[in-house]
Write a protein that binds this ligand. Sequence first.
Ligand code: SF4
Length: 342
Amino acid sequence: MSKPALFGLTLNELIALAKEEKLPGFTAKQISEWLYKKEITSIDEMTNLSLKVRQQLSEKYCFGLSQPAKVSESTDGTKKYLFTTSNLKFVEAAYIPDNDRATLCVSSQVGCKMGCLFCMTGKQGFQGHLSAGEIINQLRSIPEWKNITNIVYMGMGEPFDNLDNVLKSLEILTSEWGMAMSPRRITVSTIGVIPAMKEFLERSNCHLAVSLHTPFDEERRMLMPIQNVYPIEEVVKEIRKFDFSGQRRVSFEYIMFNGINDTPRHVKEMSRLLNGLQCRVNLIRFHAIPDTPLKGSPDDVILEFRNALTAKGVFTTLRSSRGQDIQAACGLLSTKENMKRE
Ligand code: SF4
């Protein structure tokens, strides 16, 4: 059996580890600096720890970084990294450079339980949670990690179905002893798992993105089974209890499906649902996935929809499509790899 990893431990966990190993308390801080701020990949390279301490740690623990198994690069500069997980499955992360920004889209689970009709990851089913270390490894083990300005939890999985590990990864990313990123540069996306979403909003300062996709109950049930448990009306009601008037942001993701959710009726209902809430709507083009009857709305319909929402006072943006030539549709690449292994 492989040794437990240091990478992915919080400062408190490292303090407990130092105590157990009878090491001075400050060793925990030194280790966290090596894990989360420096360019090293082994315990051996933690040179401000004595040789004896390094040997003692190496006997029981490994550093815990895992290099990408594969990388695909798009003609537009987007890269898709494939990682092997501890249960020998695959997840992926997408690196998306854009002028002075570089966004990394990370996965939080292998597969997903939520079964959304339009999603390749959903078709794969659930195959395991990622640990906090496996989530941050997607950042720390790619060559561009020091240049990343923004992180979005929009890859494979429903982050709030793996809340403890996601919160732990956010703690490491945003703490001074960790990667010291601003929470304003991190967005966690959910389909609206209300209890976990509430806990996230209370315990973290990161931005929230909610997958809306249609304001109508029947349609949303068809697209996203979660609507049967947590209706979007209730999700928005819960969000209204939190303050988004300052720097913290809530956005609503809206994939445009031809003839399904792209009509004036939808514009009207969306503006009612979101009325008075400080938020933005991100419209997303749908890229066809195998075995689904869904098709993306044409560009002119999308633009009309955006203009109509804007006219109703809903701040609306259109997300540009990136990395299409490397199958950047969420979950496509890793799902194929996982299915090959079954
Ligand atoms: S859209 Fe998100 S929540 Fe729905 S099945 Fe895909 S990964 Fe899961």
